[in-house]
Design a protein around this ligand. Structure first.
Ligand code: SAM
Length: 253
């Protein structure tokens, strides 16, 4: 499917902070119900050294996304892992977790400072970047020989458009479970119900923007070296017919 980079509310610098946080809080809540974190944690194991502490630098973290759940999954497998969360619009009050630290300063995923160490992760956000910037994100990890794990929670296929039809109902059902609770979540979901529509719109546009594995291969075509490997594919999950695109870049140990 040809990739379409249409308008998303979440991309706009003028999009109010309050609404931005409702949108990302919905995503973080949805992860608790759909069980993707276990599948993502299993893929992330590929870049971790068994028995060694793991440090993650999560980019585009939103309201924490699935990172707290992934840390718990890794802990259950015996890994001591810590994550630093970052975003262009940081939301440091989100994702309270003993092994999570938020960077309060904005971090642009396309310009990661060299002192920010750790395995780079990005969940449900790679589609925000047009090909040149997306490639720059991969090139930076590749040139600095940092591991990078990119996961999308949409399909990157036409069928995704049908799945997104459920989003408004999901928002109405899930927002009471968003933690930590904020009145703004309630207000903009039920009293002035604009968020189910905004998240619906952004969900459809995201589905059309997501890079397929073939498009991800194209982005990494010029980034090849004997001491760095790319793994690109789709994660098979129950109820998701085509699987979810992912990309992992890793330096040789
Ligand atoms: C769809 S949300 C995903 C949030 C989270 N990773 C999750 O899975 O719930 C995309 C996030 O990317 C952030 N973002 C967009 N452009 C960015 C950039 N250039 N650098 C860092 N973060 C960015 C937005 O602020 C937003 O929080």
């Amino acid at each position: 499917m040809r990739r379409l980079h249409l308008f998303e509310f979440g991309d706009q610098p003028w999009f109010p902070r309050l609404l931005r946080d409702v949108e990302t809080a919905y995503l973080a809540t949805a992860y608790r119900f759909i069980g993707l974190s276990r599948l993502w944690a299993e893929k992330i194991l590929a870049v971790l050294a068994a028995g060694e502490p793991a440090e993650f630098l999560d980019l585009c973290s939103g309201s924490g996304g699935p990172m707290p759940l992934i840390l718990d999954e890794l802990a259950a497998r015996g890994y001591k892992a810590h994550a630093t969360l970052t975003d262009l619009y940081p939301n440091p009050k989100s994702a309270p977790h003993p092994r999570v630290t938020w960077l309060k300063e904005p971090v642009d995923a396309t310009q990661v400072a060299p002192n920010l160490a750790g395995v780079r992760t990005m969940f449900s956000a790679f589609h925000h970047f047009r090909p040149l910037r997306a490639k720059a994100i991969l090139a930076d990890a590749f040139n600095k020989r940092r591991a990078i794990c990119i996961f999308e929670s949409g399909l990157g296929s036409l069928r995704a458009a049908f799945v997104t039809l459920l989003i408004p109902v999901n928002v109405l059902l899930l927002m009471p479970f968003a933690r930590p609770f904020r009145w703004s979540y309630f207000a903009f979901t039920y009293l002035i119900p604009i968020m189910p529509l905004i998240i619906f719109s952004d969900g459809i546009v995201s589905a059309l923007r997501i890079y397929s594995p073939e498009q991800m291969q194209e982005l990494t075509k010029d980034l090849q070296a004997a001491d760095y490997a790319w793994e690109i594919g789709r994660i098979r999950a129950r109820g998701i017919p085509d699987g979810l695109p992912y990309l992992i870049g890793m330096p040789s140990r």
